[in-house]
Unconditional design. Structure first.
Length: 400
């Protein structure tokens, strides 16, 4: 056994012990499943305090450079932390967009001043980030962004709106894609990318009530909001390239994320437990061979998804299309979650219609999780758009 392997095994014991000793007790209120459901101050404060505790202990941003607030260690240490956090089902860290999308982008493409200004605040949750890509009238057509940013001396004047801006009510910064010029021949050439401050006059955030009665999604309005010109990333007209780089981090196609869980939702093991105790027509549901067959298929699909990152590192298993694993991750994960929660509700029979009140099975958490599962099948590009992307960019199929 090499020394490095011993070091990793010792570190795994260390983080396992720390998480067991420091996992916060369940609060007296309902926690969100993901960063897209953070809708109350109590939820936000609880999760932000947890992220700060994890960071101060040295277990977040472990592979990011020390000079910007990271720990400067090998990525495998962070991978171990992430796995242990998932295994012990501790709360997620709320600054998902900063840790997983904006931060890696700034480290890859930002100036030295950008790195000094933003990175540590992302890690310690002092600076929360949101994303300003989608717009109400253009859905997943990101190239048709109409929110305008017009140069005015040492500032840009921003007018328009963005939707599905999760965490916008708490965010200090937004990764913003806006149109700085109109180019008839190439709509992508007129887009620019900004690390925009949120706490400026003319920016109004309106929370959106969801099917569950909770909040988290927002619509953000820009009414001639003035943002500093030096918050642009790169040059005018380079926004499309920067946005595509951002999406490689969002999809998991590129590494460099700071770590930590981004969700603490129900999983296939919970469904197995539910199935063990569920009855239909007075009989255990597991007596039904069709139920067992579908449950086993979900277990296999879940296990397959968990092994995908390891598979992608083995050339012989990557096949002719090595990008397929990374680019399909968002589609596979979000659709599996929707299928699993729908199946869990079906196990409950007529009780599946009960969402609130003492008669709801498990307090209605399966119904809540099913409603929330549609967030991920819409946000970051709908499942239909994801299939088009895979068809065109991975399989090489024509657009028509």
């Amino acid at each position: 056994m090499s020394e490095s392997k011993k070091d990793l095994e010792e570190f795994q014991r260390e983080i396992s012990h720390w998480l067991k000793a420091n996992k916060p007790a369940d609060p007296e209120f309902l926690l969100p499943e993901t960063f897209m459901e953070v809708g109350t101050d109590r939820q936000f404060d609880f999760l932000r305090n947890w992220q700060q505790k994890v960071y101060e202990a040295g277990y977040l941003g472990m592979a990011w450079p020390e000079e910007y607030g990271g720990r400067g260690r090998h990525q495998e240490y962070q991978n171990i932390v992430n796995r242990e956090m998932a295994e012990q089902r501790v709360p997620f860290v709320p600054n998902t967009i900063g840790l997983n999308w904006a931060g890696p982008l700034i480290l890859q493409r930002g100036t030295e001043a950008d790195k000094q200004k933003y990175i540590k605040g992302i890690l310690n949750a002092e600076d929360i980030w949101c994303q300003g890509f989608s717009e109400p009238d253009h859905g997943s057509d990101l190239g048709n962004v109409q929110c305008k940013a017009l140069k005015d001396g040492d500032s840009y004047i921003v007018t328009g709106s963005k939707i599905w801006t999760s965490l916008a009510t708490y965010a200090k910064y937004m990764i913003l894609l806006a149109r700085t010029s109109n180019t008839d021949s190439n709509k992508y050439a007129g887009l620019s990318f900004f690390l925009s401050p949120m706490k400026v006059a003319g920016i109004d955030v309106q929370p959106i009530k969801k099917l569950t009665g909770e909040y988290g999604f927002c619509q953000t309005f820009f009414n001639e909001a003035k943002i500093p010109a030096d918050c642009i990333m790169g040059n005018e007209g380079e926004g499309w390239s920067v946005a595509m780089a951002t999406l490689t981090f969002e999809r998991g196609a590129a590494g460099g994320q700071a770590g930590g869980l981004s969700m603490m939702d129900l999983n296939v093991n919970d469904i197995v437990e539910l199935a063990k105790h569920s009855r239909r027509n007075g009989q255990p549901v597991l007596d039904d061979p069709l139920i067992r067959d579908e449950l086993v298929q979900l277990i296999m699909d879940d296990r397959s998804n968990r092994l995908m990152s390891s598979r992608s590192r083995i050339p012989a298993l990557r096949g002719e299309r090595p990008a397929a694993v990374a680019m399909s991750g968002k589609l596979r994960g979000s659709e599996l979650k929707r299928r699993m929660t729908k199946f869990a509700i079906s196990l409950q029979g007529a009780n599946g219609s009960r969402y609130v009140g003492s008669s709801a099975i498990d307090g209605g958490r399966w119904q809540r999780s099913y409603f929330n599962s549609f967030s991920a099948t819409i946000g970051g590009g709908t499942s239909q758009v994801q299939k088009n992307i895979l068809g065109e960019r991975v399989l090489g199929l024509p657009k028509s």
